[in-house]
Write a protein that binds this ligand. Structure first.
Ligand SMILES: [Zn+2]
Ligand SMILES: [Zn+2]
Ligand SMILES: [Zn+2]
Length: 278
């Protein structure tokens, strides 16, 4: 029995496996919803899925004609999607607690992967869905950006931001808070100077959640779509930008370092040559 929880702990569930499939999805919608380089989903038989609490905290956003994305209204963590027709529960793996026995993953939608993220493992890769899914991707509008400016937006597009100047650093963070907050294998955050950042629209619909026990750790998301957006940290003078929300590929943003690798998910292997810090 595996348990799952959102970052704030309100949305909780248990899954009586076995998990039948794991996918790392690099599509632009997953990147924006999670704010990460890619999302990881594990599916299990619907029969073994049970809500333990917080189902009333879940907000659903219709991201396409076929699809809905669910998230916790308090902390923005992605919630499982239950598909009755296929008899499966699709769980964001970053929210599964403890060590979890997941089947080997496949990369899907690598055709729309983030330009700043390189896949270095030897897992199978698919341009879109694997053929046996019998499904097609959804065309997404190009987001317009201004030359010379770093820009990003949430999944629904109602929140957008611009940054002048270049990133101070870029971290793949494997800590348990980042994994739960991004509902992903790890967060990828770009850090910029606070004065270089501004929201260009939708700031009023940005929700923030700070982990009560943490000194600084907090997340920000669009309360309409659940897409992760930058969080300003005035006390530290910088802004933490979830790299999955970026619409531009600024040359200065290159993956720099893995941090908190000591708390990495047991089901994710680091295969690149980047520096790793405990
Ligand atoms: Zn929550
Ligand atoms: Zn996806
Ligand atoms: Zn949004």
């Amino acid at each position: 029995m595996t348990q799952g929880a959102c970052l704030c702990g309100a949305v909780r569930y248990e899954v009586d496996g076995p998990f039948s499939m794991t996918i790392h999805c690099h599509c632009s919608m997953c990147r924006k919803h999670h704010g990460s380089a890619f999302a990881t989903f594990a599916s299990a038989p619907l029969m073994g899925f049970r809500w333990l609490g917080g189902a009333d905290h879940i907000v659903r956003y219709r991201s396409s004609a076929q699809g809905e994305r669910a998230f916790c209204k308090v902390c923005g963590s992605v919630a499982p999607t239950l598909i009755k027709a296929m008899d499966i529960a699709i769980c964001p793996a970053g929210n599964l607690l403890g060590d979890v026995d997941l089947p080997a993953a496949r990369h899907v939608f690598v055709g729309s992967k983030a330009p700043w993220y390189e896949i270095t493992d030897s897992l199978p890769q698919y341009e879109e869905y694997p053929p046996e899914f019998g499904a097609l991707g959804v065309a997404r509008p190009e987001v317009e950006t201004r030359p010379g400016v770093v820009a990003g937006s949430c999944l629904c597009g109602q929140v957008a931001y611009e940054i002048t100047g270049s990133a101070m650093r870029l971290c793949h963070c494997h800590c348990s808070r980042c994994r739960r907050g991004r509902s992903a294998a790890h967060a990828t955050n770009a850090v910029y100077k606070l004065e270089d950042f501004r929201f260009t629209r939708g700031e009023a619909q940005v929700s923030e959640y700070k982990v009560p026990q943490a000194q600084f750790f907090a997340v920000a998301f669009c309360n309409h779509c659940g897409g992760k957006v930058p969080r300003r940290s005035p006390e530290r003078g910088f802004v933490v930008v979830p790299a999955g929300s970026l619409d531009t590929d600024p040359a200065a943003v290159v993956p720099a370092v893995h941090i908190f690798v000591g708390s990495k998910a047991n089901w994710f292997e680091i295969t690149d040559d980047l520096e790793q810090q405990e």
